[in-house]
Design a protein around this ligand. Sequence first.
Ligand SMILES: NC(=O)c1ccc[n+]([C@@H]2O[C@H](COP(=O)([O-])OP(=O)(O)OC[C@H]3O[C@@H](n4cnc5c(N)ncnc54)[C@H](O)[C@@H]3O)[C@@H](O)[C@H]2O)c1
Ligand SMILES: [Fe+2]
Length: 382
Amino acid sequence: MTFDKIYQYNFPTTIRFGADSSKELGDYLVSNKITRPLVVTDSTVAQLDFFKTLVSALQRKNLSVEVFSNIHKNPVKSDVYRGTEQYDETHRDAVIGIGGGAALDVARAIVLRINHREDLFKYDDLIGGDVYVVNDVPHFVTIPTTAGTGSEVGRSAIISDDETHQKKILFSPKLLARIVFADPTLTMDLPAAITAATGMDALTHNMEAYLAKMPHPMCEGIALQGMQLIHESLTRAVNKPDLESRSKMLIASLMGAVAFQKGLGVVHSLAHPLSSLLDTHHGLANAVNIPYGMEFNIPGFEQKFRQIARTLMLKEETGEAVVQYLFELNSKIGIPPTLSAIGVSQKHIDTLADLAFADFAHPNNPKPVSRNDFKMLYEKAL
Ligand SMILES: NC(=O)c1ccc[n+]([C@@H]2O[C@H](COP(=O)([O-])OP(=O)(O)OC[C@H]3O[C@@H](n4cnc5c(N)ncnc54)[C@H](O)[C@@H]3O)[C@@H](O)[C@H]2O)c1
Ligand SMILES: [Fe+2]
């Protein structure tokens, strides 16, 4: 890091973290004079007991609640348009996102669209569209129900084109939630496979953010602590969950998302094309790729890997030991060691390498990644 420059660091919104914090939602809305919220979730979460309990608690406070849950697994533009229509037609005054990263991304994109009615992808950050996000946005509250993306503290939403499946990023500091209710009890019954995949997404955020190029000592501290919490809790959260392991995973996933304002890297660029091309879950795609991506990153960054190894309390303080740890962790939580086990085959590799090279995450990787490097990494992981 050089000390002759000015850097900008942003830290997120108010977070109410802890068991049963989601029960504060009703009083919070009343005290902020919100009476007609649109609750955005996905169709699975909409059927879960905790969700129904949350909605009926709001209704008991005489709030008018509309639920929008008709969204795709990898959200698309038409999801956002339909949710916005429901907001308009039922005269809502706030948006509450409750769910995993997919539901929270749709909620955030609806928040953007309410007062920005040009084509949604005009606001795509990758073509500089953030400059058009100039109007006010409605009051926005997030309640995560997975411990992975950390989207609840984020300022961006990943939405795909309905036809091409190309992912677009909508970004603006205006899209931060005003408050997050992070309640680990909502994640208690997350199925093991989702806990494993989302948990590895959180670990990837922390590890890639720690290594990413941008000088940001504050985020590096958060990322190291995030890795330690995941080390202490992910295996238990998957195989024998209790409140402590669920709480540690939830806070670590928030920390990962706070830390990755510093940047992500090669692993997310390997993962993104798997979701757009083969509909692979984002966390699972990261989980399978992370040992290979980290192995690629070791040369030149031995010192940083030594610090990661220390944080993970490994006997050998080397990058190679970190890679070995990642393979072992995946195996303990039921994640396969190869891409072929999750439906990738040789015929996909050239397209995957093209898409990965075009992806937005790797320019922040500590070292450059070429198209050939991506091809080599996919082939190695196959
Ligand atoms: N905005 C960002 O910064 C950002 C970053 C990374 C990923 N993402 C996006 O996030 C999405 C992935 O999010 P995710 O990993 O949280 O997965 P998800 O939102 O797709 O949820 C995974 C599954 O878990 C279910 N689920 C959620 N909460 C549950 C609960 N408490 N109990 C039982 N089942 C539950 C959902 O219904 C879904 O079937 C992707 O669309 C990805 O593009 C966004
Ligand atoms: Fe991620």
